[in-house]
Write a protein that binds this ligand. Structure first.
Ligand code: NAD
Length: 349
């Protein structure tokens, strides 16, 4: 029963989408529309089971509510998962069939890119649906909305430099970047231009070589990058990297990176606080992609308007870090409380 599911959190609607003509199986979860239409990306993944897909969509949609709320967006939280292999040749047909389901919600839910669904796929969704953003055709050729996410990461590191290190510039600040893909590379580029020194790791040697040659980065062992002797650690690869094993080994005074779900468990927010490490909550700092791409829901696409909004992450992150220190609480708990206060203003139960 869905209402008893451990990850069910008073979601407003969970919709199971089926189209046997193309073999579509998908789930849309609208966690909250308290602040505006629910918004969050569309993931395509060959889940082992329907329960695994349901768990993912319930968690991800709640995360979007919190992310959009703290980012100050007039949007609620939702997410959808299509149970399929993104390399399936039927992908365009699956996307078109799925888009009709999103269209039937008449704007209660807007969707976009995520794992397995890129900006070109978003254009295919938009053939059947008016509620799609982060489409390739909305930007100049070659632009990847991950660059918005990376800009948000740069704002986060500037906030950390000021709040934790009392510095207005990044010159000589040492940052360890774990994962040099779309976000990690673009974040490293911002940091290099601002004069930071980079220590980098990736399981792909070509990605490391590129950073060494372009930005003079120092390579590190991917299994040890979290323990690098740096000022800031920036996880930009997989989730759950902040855990019982890694936290005691971290030498950085601050963590600010773009990977999702960095804390293996909620309690690791408190473990970081006790270790004296300032942690920028992942869903706050990686909201840049959502902030930048979602502007098209309300206005014509404008890169300048997106950048201006992403820059607003810097004061939000400073506020979270300062409050965490003042109140002696984990920054992750402060961010969650901020989100909940926006979704459910005081006095409303
Ligand atoms: P990506 O696939 O482009 O890059 C990830 C990189 O991490 C790859 O180069 C991969 O080789 C590397 N990697 C994988 N395992 C590793 C390991 N153990 N050690 C070191 N490197 C490893 O992905 P991305 O778009 O840059 O996303 C990175 C993270 O940021 C993900 O957690 C994603 O969910 C999150 N995120 C991305 C966006 C976005 O706009 N792309 C937005 C919000 C959150």
């Amino acid at each position: 029963m869905i209402f008893d599911h451990p990850d069910f959190d008073a979601h407003e609607q969970v919709i199971f989408c089926n189209d046997p003509t193309v073999g579509l199986k998908a789930i849309i979860a609208l966690h909250s529309t308290a602040l505006g239409p629910a918004a969050g990306g569309c993931r395509m993944h060959p889940y082992e089971s329907e329960d695994e897909a349901l768990t993912d969509v319930l968690r991800l949609s709640k995360g979007m509510t919190y992310k959009n709320a703290v980012a100050g967006l007039p949007l609620g939280g939702g997410k959808c998962v299509i149970i399929a292999d993104p390399n399936d040749p039927k992908k365009p047909d699956l996307l078109r069939a799925f888009a009709a389901h999103v269209q039937s919600l008449a704007g209660r839910y807007w969707t976009a890119i995520d794992i397995g669904v890129g900006p070109e796929d978003a254009d295919i969704l938009a053939e059947q649906c008016d509620y799609i953003f982060a489409r390739a055709s909305q930007y100049e050729p070659g632009f990847n909305p991950s660059e918005f996410t990376a800009l948000g990461g740069f704002m986060g590191i500037k906030a950390v430099a000021d709040t934790v290190f009392g510095r207005s510039d990044l010159k000589g600040l040492r940052v360890a970047v774990q994962g040099l893909g779309a976000t990690g590379y673009a974040l490293s580029e911002h940091l290099h231009k601002a004069g930071a020194e980079l220590v980098v790791a990736d399981v792909r040697q070509d990605a490391v070589d590129r950073l060494v040659s372009e930005f003079g980065a120092t390579p590190a062992d991917p299994n040890q990058i979290h323990a690098a002797d740096v000022d800031i650690f920036a996880p930009c690869a997989l989730g759950a990297g902040l855990n019982d094993q890694t936290i005691p080994e971290i030498k950085a005074k601050a963590i600010c990176g773009l990977a999702n779900n960095q804390l293996a468990e909620d309690r690791h927010g408190e473990a970081l606080r006790q270790a004296g490490i300032a942690y920028v909550p992942d869903y706050v700092v990686n909201a840049g992609g959502m902030i930048g791409a979602s502007t098209v829901i309300f206005t014509e696409p404008s890169r300048a308007a997106s950048i201006k909004q992403i820059e607003s992450l810097q004061p939000t992150i400073k506020d979270i870090l300062i409050r965490a220190k003042r109140e002696g609480k984990p920054s992750s708990a402060i961010a969650d409380a901020m989100a909940r206060a926006k979704i459910k203003p005081e006095g409303i139960t």
